[in-house]
Write a protein that binds this ligand. Structure first.
Ligand SMILES: [Zn+2]
Length: 176
């Protein structure tokens, strides 16, 4: 079954009053604008978080994606940040949802942004999870088909450049 890439999300109507938006110059560029509400509608990168969970000094946790895009490929645990939570909370929530592991003590490793046909653009914050527990009850759930710790020389190639970039930052920081 082929996967249909959705069209980039675009503002056509005012989310408040429903009026058709016009293209108005905001001082820097042309943007969608509601002339009744006097409001511009901007499109921004969508923030997401991912987790680096190490076992020993050589292994990292990867999850096999259960959803499109790139279903079946291996990547890092993570997902989109929701309203009402911090990026750190989002990283640990996604880790818990996908793997059942309970993490704590997260540290920001870096940020990677990429233009995306699905979301317009994504901005991924990579977190190192310094403490975690629950390996005896680890199981793939929600967005994950399978889970595996890979040693450095066995690692799968990840489909998303944001994750590859963050992994390079992780290796630069933690390789011995
Ligand atoms: Zn309006």
């Amino acid at each position: 079954m082929s996967y249909q890439v959705p069209k980039p999300f675009a503002w056509n109507f005012c989310g408040t009053c429903g009026k058709t938006l016009e293209s108005i110059h905001d001082g820097q560029s042309i943007q969608p604008y509601c002339t009744d509400c006097r409001r511009f509608y901007y499109r921004n990168p969508v923030p997401a978080a991912c987790c680096f969970v190490a076992r020993g000094h050589d292994e990292l946790l990867f999850t096999q994606r259960a959803v499109e895009p790139c279903k079946g490929e291996w990547t890092l645990p993570g997902g989109f940040i929701e309203l009402g939570e911090t990026a750190e909370e989002a990283a640990l929530r996604e880790l818990r949802e996908e793997t059942n592991l309970r993490g704590s003590q997260v540290e920001l490793l870096g940020v990677s942004t990429k233009q995306s046909p699905h979301a317009g653009a994504v901005m991924v914050l990579g977190f190192v999870v310094h403490q975690w527990e629950g390996e005896e009850v680890m199981r793939p759930d929600t967005d994950a088909l399978d889970l595996r710790f890979y040693s450095r020389h066995e690692r799968p190639t990840m489909p998303f450049s944001v994750h590859r970039e963050l992994l390079a930052a992780y290796d630069a920081r933690f390789s011995d």
